[in-house]
Ligand binder design. Structure first.
Ligand code: G6P
Ligand code: MG
Length: 222
């Protein structure tokens, strides 16, 4: 039986991908190249510094900067990103996310956040949902980025629940792989063409709709 559910943040609970996109696009424009929404797909679930490397690759300028300059570029992007998310309101929580967390907690499941983002505390505060998690593991606590399982294993440990009794909700393939490597079952949020999860749904609102059905119990209770 799954006794705990661990949630990725960006793309599962809140759609911050477009703010990351706007900030990266602004950085690319300053560096003199274009960055498309399709390019942005490659950055989902990826750490900030790794995202910068990919962006510079896209602009064919990965060798043009020293590591100190790269730190500055990443800092600049983050300043813009923080500016965008600071204006975020509670209405930007994705459909079903709050309700699903509440349903799980009502039936005695533990809940944790497992995110690569160092901005997770600010986002949770903006959405007013920090109290819906028994444990919060974010980019400030983990060293190895997904697909390394560290973030989810830390979540399980903080909840004091065995990995095999945890189910993960993830929208990025790197996160799906991280969950598998942690020995957890995983529900993909997005498209089955992209995600290799045990079950893939378009959003947590569908988990709310499936609640108390056999499919839901097979995935979460079995
Ligand atoms: C999540 C997002 C990524 C982002 C990463 C780091 O995994 O999906 O797009 O790069 O977090 O976020 P941060 O807020 O620390 O830059
Ligand atoms: Mg994500």
């Amino acid at each position: 039986t799954a006794r705990a559910a661990i949630f990725d943040l960006d793309g599962v609970i809140v759609d911050t991908a477009r703010y990351h996109y706007l900030a990266w696009k602004r950085l690319a424009a300053e560096l003199g190249f274009d960055f498309t929404e399709q390019d942005n797909e490659r950055l989902k679930g990826v750490s900030r510094m790794r995202s910068l490397e990919i962006l510079l690759e896209i602009g064919n300028c990965e060798r043009a900067f020293s590591s100190e300059q790269k730190e500055n570029l990443a800092r600049q992007k983050n300043e813009w990103y923080v500016e965008y998310i600071s204006r975020m309101t509670r209405s930007e929580i994705l459909p079903g996310a709050r309700e699903y967390l509440e349903l799980l907690r009502e039936c005695g499941k533990k809940t944790a956040l497992g995110s690569a983002s160092k901005n997770a505390p600010l986002i949770l505060e903006k959405l007013g949902i920090a109290s819906l998690f028994d444990a919060i593991i974010d980019g400030n606590k983990v060293r190895a980025a997904k697909p390394d399982p560290e973030v989810f294993l830390l979540g399980a440990r903080e909840l004091d629940i065995a990995p095999a009794e945890c189910v993960v909700f993830e929208d990025a393939e790197a996160g799906v792989e991280a969950a598998r490597r942690a020995g957890m079952r995983v529900v993909g949020i997005g498209s089955p063409q992209i995600l290799s999860a045990d079950l893939v749904v378009p959003g947590l609102h569908v988990m709310v709709a499936l609640f108390q059905t056999e499919l839901h119990s097979d995935m979460v209770d079995a």
